[in-house]
Design a protein around this ligand. Structure first.
Ligand code: NAP
Length: 296
């Protein structure tokens, strides 16, 4: 297929490489042009604007940061909507607001362009390996028409329902990630403070009922003192803001998500927004007045 791909970040770049490996013809755009170099070296064509990136392509994928950014690359000056071919399908794989998703879908449909929300889970590792979990909202017929595009990107691709349903599923996923991570941090904090080897504790409990992606991947990064992103704190804060905003409107108490949001706020106050989410552990170190350093 001829695909336009906008956003060559931590996620977008390896996803684009997987599409190229599968034989799709790719045109890519990134606001910071240097971030296109790896995919261009692998055979993609670089566009000068989102409009040029969309031109002539059956599918246009966006993988940018937040709702205003998706709006900017689609409807902004030289935006992808201006370059869209008749009958094109736009697929937004960023994590953004479900409400905003429905507005974008409606505005694009007025131009004869279909829109799917298809946020992903599985982190930078899943993006590289092509094993992402992909949750899709929009018209089922459109999903069926383009679902081969998802094949090199994900190992579990699920149609969730009408426009916005993918983003709501992703919000549920983010509650699980954040609250799970808090448990991982507390377990390591207790092991360290009670004088048992946190690494041995980690090795043991990953073999039991408590195991999870967060425990395996992020627990290992905490134990090796690796706070590089993966998934940045500023991004999970964006997602938790979407979760808590929906909860407020639904009058639904979600205390775990709110607590994780406050812990990450402490990270932000300490200038740690660009670190990976596993840096939540630093908040526990400060609260408990202990340090894992010397043991990493
Ligand atoms: P990232 O590395 O920060 O990349 C963000 C990308 O969006 C960059 O290419 C950036 O361009 C572009 N961008 C942002 N705002 C823009 C704007 N207004 N106009 C044009 N381009 C803009 O982030 P990421 O980790 O790849 O995340 C991308 C999306 O995937 C986010 O919605 C995130 O929540 C979601 N996600 C991330 C992960 C993960 O583990 N990282 C996992 C699942 C889902 P520049 O290079 O010019 O800044």
């Amino acid at each position: 297929m001829d695909i336009g791909f906008i956003g060559m970040g931590i996620m977008g770049c390896p996803m684009a490489l997987n599409l190229l490996r599968k034989g799709h013809r790719l045109t890519v755009f990134n606001r910071t042009p240097e971030r296109c170099e790896e995919v261009v070296a692998a055979g993609a064509r670089r566009a000068e604007s989102p409009r040029e990136c969309a031109r002539g392509n059956a599918v246009v994928i966006t993988m940018v940061t937040d709702s205003p950014d998706v709006n900017a690359v689609i409807f902004g000056p030289a935006g992808a909507a201006e370059g869209a071919s008749a009958g094109a399908v736009f697929i937004d794989m960023s994590t953004i607001s479900p409400d905003e998703t429905r507005v974008i879908a409606r505005k694009l449909s007025e131009r004869g362009v279909a829109f799917l929300d298809a946020p992903v889970s599985g982190g930078d590792t899943g993006a590289r390996k092509g094993t992402l979990t992909i949750m899709v909202g929009g018209e089922r017929e459109v999903f069926e028409r383009v679902k081969e595009v998802f094949e090199p990107l994900g190992s579990r691709v699920t149609y969730m329902g009408p426009s916005g349903a993918g983003q709501v599923t992703k919000a549920c996923n983010q509650i699980l990630c954040a609250v799970n991570l808090l448990g991982v941090c507390e377990a390591i904090a207790l092991a360290r403070s009670a004088g048992i080897d946190p690494r041995r504790m980690h090795q043991v409990v990953t073999g039991g009922a408590a195991n999870s992606w967060a425990l395996e991947q992020l627990g290992a990064r905490i134990l090796s003192g690796d706070y590089s992103p993966g998934f940045k704190i500023k991004l999970i804060q964006k997602d938790l803001a979407l979760v808590l905003d929906a909860a407020r409107r639904l009058r639904l108490p979600l205390a775990g998500a709110a607590l994780a949001n406050q812990y990450f706020r402490s990270n932000e106050a300490h200038g740690e927004a660009e670190l990976g989410t596993q840096a939540m552990f630093k908040v526990l170190e400060r609260l408990g007045n202990f340090s894992l350093e010397g043991e990493t």
